[in-house]
Design a protein around this ligand. Structure first.
Ligand SMILES: [Zn+2]
Length: 167
């Protein structure tokens, strides 16, 4: 399905329909400098609820794999995305909720109807992807990763001495 999919909040809020589609990773312009390789696509699913104040709230789920770059060894690091979140939508800044009214798990954005799925996905991924992605130490090919693996062996004679010294 097209990467330019939009959600008609008024209609979806009324019908409760669930929309589905796919976004090509290469089309996620805002994320390109966080990705090592823009391959594949992410599957998304969205529905729209009406919150207690009558405002549309988009409930989204995203699934797929992104290729990040391990910040230790600089090699590709597949990052599985299986993420669900909600975002409130208001049409003008004046309608943004006061801080104290804002619910902890829901962020609000200002957007005109219909809302771009791409924008919602990009904004959420920018916030939720790890800032410093790193392989697990044992799976990392970097100098530090190897060093981590070597240290216990190299240290073992001393570890033995330490044991002898301790009562
Ligand atoms: Zn690594």
């Amino acid at each position: 399905m097209s990467s330019s999919a939009t959600l008609d909040l008024d209609t979806l809020m009324r019908t409760g329909d669930v929309c589905r589609g796919e976004i090509s990773v290469a089309a996620l312009a805002a994320l390109q400098d966080r990705l090592l390789d823009a391959v594949g696509s992410l599957a998304w699913q969205a529905s729209v609820l009406r919150d207690l104040h009558g405002r549309p709230r988009v409930r989204l789920a995203l699934e797929g794999t992104l290729v990040l770059q391990c910040q230790r060894c600089l090699l590709p690091m597949p990052h599985d995305v299986a993420h669900g979140w909600q975002v409130g939508v208001v049409e003008t800044e004046a309608l943004l909720p006061e801080l104290e009214e804002e619910e902890e798990d829901v962020d609000f954005i200002v957007a005109a109807n219909p809302v771009s799925v791409m924008r919602l996905v990009e904004e959420e991924l920018l916030l939720s992807l790890p800032m410093m992605p790193r392989h697990e130490t044992a799976a990392c090919h970097g100098p530090e990763g190897r060093a981590d693996k070597v240290v216990p062996a190299r240290a073992s004679p001393f570890a033995g001495l330490d044991k002898l010294r301790k009562p």
